[in-house]
Every structure is written in structure tokens, then in C-alpha cells.
Write a protein that binds this ligand. Structure first.
Ligand code: THU
Length: 133
């Protein structure tokens, strides 16, 4: 069930630091061990230094020693569920199989569920490194 993940993402979204875009995002990741890791976007006055919510959740997961994503939820305050940016799709693919479920949610309860593979078809993966060396 994604409900607890969506709730965790909703809660951490409140801590987002987004004074420039005013676009507040929360992300929650369930690792294979069942632990939930959360992250929010953290913007910076030097714009490129800002980080996405998904990146924050992935960093928390890695810092805790977990490496495998079982499920993801991302929430934003937009009318429709907004999909992860391109960079975050690649970051998720680093730690998630293609069939991992990604639930995109709005504050009003609209959800869209997709998978890591659907978000990043033709992903660059470890196999490409092996065949290129
Ligand atoms: N943002 C995320 O946190 N995740 C995404 O997948 C899309 C974009 C943030 C980055 C920036 O702080 C704000 O949303 C507007 O782009």
C-alpha cells in the first residue's frame, strides 16, 4: 500500500525550502527492508545548487546504509500529479528495478501510479558500462 508513503511525503513537503519557485515537493522512499526515507526540495539563491525532493530521500536512504528502493511516492501542490524531473528519474533508476512503483500525488488526493521503467525508458545502466570498457 502506498498510503503511508504518500502521507510521509506530504508531511516532509511542509519542510521544503522553496522560496524561489514556491513549488514545494515531498518524496518518500520505502527501502527493501521496509524503512521509509523522506526528502524535500531545498533551493538555493544560486539556483543550480538546489536539490530535488527525490534526491534528498535517496541521500537519506544511502546515509542509513540502505541501497534498494521498493516503492516511491512524490507529492506536490500542483493541480495534477507532477512527474519527477529527468535527473531524478536517473537517480531513482540507480537504486530501483524497473517494475518499482512510483506514486505521484497532489495535495487534493489525485494520484497517478507509474513505474521506474515507464518514467525512464531506455535507461543508461550498469550494463552499458560493462559493454563500453
Ligand atoms: N522538484 C523536485 O523536488 N522534484 C522533481 O522531480 C521536480 C522538481 C523541485 C525542484 C525545485 O525546487 C522545484 O521543484 C521547481 O522546479
Amino acid at each position: 500500500m502506498s498510503d503511508d508513503l504518500i502521507e510521509a511525503a506530504r508531511k516532509v513537503r511542509e519542510n521544503a525550502h522553496a522560496p524561489y519557485s514556491n513549488y514545494f515537493v515531498g518524496a518518500a522512499i520505502r527501502s527493501d527492508g521496509g524503512t521509509i526515507y523522506v526528502g524535500c526540495n531545498v533551493e538555493n539563491v544560486a539556483y543550480p545548487e538546489g536539490t530535488c525532493a527525490e534526491a534528498g530521500a535517496i541521500a537519506a536512504m544511502c546515509a542509513a546504509g540502505d541501497r534498494t528502493i521498493q516503492e516511491v511516492a512524490v507529492i506536490a501542490g500542483s493541480d495534477a500529479p507532477v512527474p519527477p524531473c529527468g535527473g531524478c528519474r536517473q537517480k531513482l533508476a540507480e537504486f530501483a528495478n524497473g517494475d518499482v512503483k512510483v506514486t505521484l500525488a497532489t495535495l487534493t488526493g489525485v494520484t497517478k501510479t507509474t513505474t521506474v521503467a515507464d518514467l525512464l525508458p531506455g535507461a543508461f545502466g550498469r550494463g552499458h558500462l560493462d559493454s563500453g570498457s
